[in-house]
Design a protein around this ligand. Sequence first.
Ligand code: FAD
Ligand code: PYC
Length: 416
Amino acid sequence: MKFSARSLFANALSGHKNWPEQFPNKEPKKEYDAIIVGAGGHGLGAAYYLASKYGMTNIAVVEKGWLGGGNTGRNTTIIRSNYLFDESAGIYDHAVDLWDGLSQELNYNVMFSKRGVLMLAHNVHDVQSFTRHVHANRLNGVDNVWLTPEECQKKVPILDISPNRRYPVMGGAFQQRAGVARHDSVAWGYARAASKLGVDIIQNCKVIGIRRGADGAVEGVETEKGFIGAKKIGVSAAGNTSVVMEMAGLRFPLESYPLQALVSEPVKPIVPCVIMSNAVHAYISQSDKGELVIGAGTDQYTSYSQRGALHLVEHNIMAICEIFPVFKRMRMLRNWGGIVDVTPDRSPILGKTPVKGLYVNCGWGTGGFKATPGAGHLLAYTIAKDEPHPINAPFNLDRFVGGRLIDEAAAAAVAH
Ligand code: FAD
Ligand code: PYC
């Protein structure tokens, strides 16, 4: 079994010496009850919930690379549910609730840490927009409070709040139940738990076609290792969804963009919560190893490249140093990118498609890690019952025809 030297899993894998035995690169069976395309956290989560909640264990997860090697292993792990609309409160808070018991449920420490997320306001527009979010969240029972600049600095003492800064801090919205988790543990935890329940995880097996019968319903997937049959297929192939859906003759309202992040050398604890600065396209947290985890916005051009533009990361680091002058002499260790697929309203598509037996989970754009347990559960429900759960029903494909959009561009934060 070969891994790319650039794999973000290199460290994690060295701690899991017995992993090939746990996930033997087995030959696929001829026929499954359902196939999930994509072994990210969402796809693995869907397989796990299909088996654990809905009793469907004859499942395969088919992955073109290695499990968790897509955005799940490349993201900056911010978990929050401070979105604007009722539908979003439903879907993101469902996920936050599931994060709470996930380590126990999987018997795998996903290191969910509710250290809080602070979204800084730098101008009047930010103040108005964030306070609107605070009020909307509280009406939906989602915790979020407005902090003055001084209260922000009390939480984050290294924050420079002097009014003459280039990006003055005019306050901030703080969600305490929000935080971070360990991304590779999420993929590994779901994979191990699903595998124990009988799910086949087939890596290095790219899906290159979707076979449909005379009645139009799906019959299975063509892969680089041959045909695998199933009457139900769930596609959870972030960044590549349009390509996979085209295999079934469907055109999806998605654009794919690179999104990048970087980490610094490790230092002692200094960043107590996640701090996001949407107006300047920069955010920062500190990993348990001590590295500063810093992220930028998406590239401005569509692409399937898993690396971001250099000028963006330069701007990103400059912005971080403006807000936290104390970091000016830090060294950066590495940067990387992933491909995110973005819908016109910056909300996901999770549900049935016009093709019988074909289900989709996509369009989480820059913000799907936080949704991992929720998206996995809701995709599993939709596949098992052949109808959406009330929580994901509004996130259907039809909304782009009917116009009932769920516009979360402002809540999607730094990235668009
Ligand atoms: P993935 O983990 O990408 O899994 C999809 C899988 O499908 C991949 O493994 C891929 O190889 C596979 N695949 C694709 N095509 C095929 C095919 N033809 N055949 C077989 N397999 C295929 N979200 C947050 O909530 N908080 C954050 O802080 C955050 N930060 C981010 C920072 C960066 C730099 C990036 C890139 C993303 C960030 N995100 C964040 C977004 C988040 O990572 C994603 O929305 C989420 O991880 C998507 O999970 P997934 O399981 O759907 O996708
Ligand atoms: O969704 O919170 C988020 C996020 C931050 C950076 C990328 N996505």
